[in-house]
Design a protein. Structure first.
Length: 557
């Protein structure tokens, strides 16, 4: 056992220590045994090398430790670098921390340039900068093994904080003298969040921004002097260029004013708006992204429900969670199916789709079937089943489910979509919701069934995926016919945004994508949680294809 080895490795000499290790092992084994007997899973300890792509696992400036703690919802990573050791609660935050580490390496290059040295002398700050304590303490916003998200899921509600200034923004003095403008520009060019809670990054950003501001070194001139080019590419998913430019160009007070106006234009009660805007747990960037996501859901009713829940946030993990959750709902509305209404199912935000689906979106790394999750799902499922007009219950997550969680959710009648971040969360290179004219498909698919009835789903069927010159046999379930009952059917499709063959398998739902297909009507466009789009149409004249209530299942054999 990994934990047992961990205890032994930290043991000192003596019988007492050995006894404590043995007791610890027995307690852990008893806990695991009880969990197995009850049908619940224990929170796992994962291996970074098995769950992360190579570029995240290690790079020129960082290395992620092998031991990854999961609290049933989010992973907590430990990152080693020459700038210190960092914690990242969630895979999304891990990407941001790695980007910040690379940005700090870029700042070191900047400080070695002639232009920067001249600015230091001219700013009359050289003595202060030279004397600055450069020994930084690692940032850790996590006091316990459980993330703030896990704690929030175990509680009935969160407490409310109130302050007009976010905990993450600069002082009024820095804003007044124009220093913060320099800092926002540097952060933008370096591809990092100016309101990051990474204190090491903030310290270094402050230093170069003070020198630039006081020494007259413009951001463009400073970055142009850096060896290897100006700036580095943004790698953190979830931020569009437009959003970054808004955060760069507007001080926090202006962002709050804009966010307030947007929320009020949605018809949200002024008292709710005030409570959320005054919530200091959210950084100006997080608050702006959340409001922008809600604003993108034009025509969706009761958006106030989400704002009310967000206003009850009482920890930074949950603030990030709500921000990303709002992006997922906006992404679903745009790329999967139009939403008609946001609802609260207990304390869980959900949405009603135009096609009757009740949708739950969660930015979760790895969902484990613990006793607390089982209770939450049971309560949510009971409330969801009482809502009228629900044709199916969907859960979309950015990560994956444990096999046990997947089985239990399916047993309770839920349709789950995993690895949905690419499809739902906005980014500069997001999955398009349309095919550009003349774009060639990445693959083709041919679907066949020997038995199908009018309006009935195909309970079995097969087909072939042709990808990069190779044929892959596939299974099909959930496809239906309209207009004509026939004994068999065949269909062909063009597959787009298939980066690797393993991304093909999954549940597909109809999207609002527009694909210009030659040959007339009868086509449907569908997408899975991996961002793969398929435009498919029947080969039989006079037939129209539609998707079953639970979508279409396409899997590699």
């Amino acid at each position: 056992m990994i934990l047992s080895k961990h205890l032994v490795q930290h043991c000192r000499r003596g019988v007492a220590c050995l006894a404590s290790v043995l007791v610890g092992i027995l307690v852990l084994q008893t806990t695991f045994s009880l969990a197995a007997q009850s049908g619940y899973e224990s929170v796992p300890v994962l291996s970074a090398s098995k769950i992360l792509p190579p570029e995240l696992l290690a790079g020129p400036n960082h290395h992620v430790q092998e031991r990854v703690v999961n609290d049933g919802f989010l992973n907590t990573y430990t990152i080693d670098s020459k700038f210190g050791q960092f914690k990242a609660v969630s895979t999304a935050l891990l990407r941001e921390r790695i980007q910040e580490i690379n940005a700090m390496a870029q700042m070191d290059k900047l400080k070695g340039t002639k232009e920067y040295g001249t600015a230091v002398k001219e700013s009359a700050l050289s003595a202060m900068v030279a004397a600055k304590d450069m020994v930084f303490q690692p940032v850790s916003t996590l006091k316990t093994a459980a993330s703030g998200v896990a704690v929030a899921f175990r509680r009935a509600g969160d407490s409310v904080f109130g302050a007009k200034r976010s905990d993450a923004e600069d002082s009024k003095f820095k804003n007044l003298i124009g220093f913060s403008n320099y800092k926002r520009e540097y952060a933008y060019d370096l591809g990092v969040d100016v309101y990051s809670r990474n204190e090491v990054l903030q310290d270094r950003l402050n230093e170069i921004s003070w020198v630039g501001w006081a020494g007259g070194l413009t951001v463009s001139a400073a970055m142009a002097a850096v060896p290897g080019g100006a700036g580095i590419a943004m790698t953190a998913i979830g931020t569009t260029r437009l959003t970054r430019e808004i955060v760069k160009n507007q001080p926090p007070a202006d962002l709050r004013r804009t966010n307030t106006e947007k929320l009020k234009s949605m018809g949200i009660d002024p008292s709710t708006v005030e409570m959320f805007i005054n919530e200091s747990i959210f950084s100006p960037r997080e608050q702006t992204i959340l409001v922008s996501a809600l604003d993108e859901m034009k025509g969706v009713g009761d958006r106030e429900r989400f704002v009310q829940l967000a206003a009850l946030t009482n920890n930074v993990d949950m603030a990030r969670f709500r921000q990303r959750q709002s992006e997922m709902y906006a992404g679903y509305h745009k790329a999967v199916s139009p939403l008609t209404q946001l609802v609260s199912v207990g304390q869980v935000p959900a949405a009603r789709a135009k096609d009757g689906a009740l949708v739950f979106n969660f930015p979760i790394d790895y969902l484990v079937w613990t006793d607390s999750l089982a209770r939450l799902v049971a309560n949510t499922d009971n409330l969801a089943n009482q809502l009228p007009g629900v044709t199916r219950k969907e859960m979309w997550i950015t990560g994956s489910l444990s096999p046990k969680a997947r089985t239990e959710m399916k047993r309770m009648g839920w349709v789950t979509f995993e690895n949905a971040e690419t499809l739902l969360v906005a980014q500069d290179k997001s999955v398009p919701t349309y095919r550009k004219e003349g774009q060639q498909p990445d693959a083709t698919v041919k679907i066949q069934s020997k038995s199908i009835a009018l309006g009935a789903g195909v309970n079995w069927g097969d087909g072939v995926l042709t990808y990069q010159g190779k044929d892959y046999p596939i299974t099909v379930s959930g496809l239906s016919l309209l207009d004509l009952g026939v004994s068999n059917v065949s269909a062909t499709g063009k597959v787009y945004f298939l980066n690797k063959v393993s991304d093909f398998s999954g549940n597909y739902f109809a999207t609002q994508a527009t694909f210009a297909l030659a040959g007339g009507g009868g086509e449907i466009v569908m997408a899975n949680g991996n961002g793969v789009f398929i435009a498919v149409q029947s080969e039989q004249s006079g037939t129209r294809l539609t998707l079953g209530a639970s979508g279409v299942g396409l899997k590699l054999k």
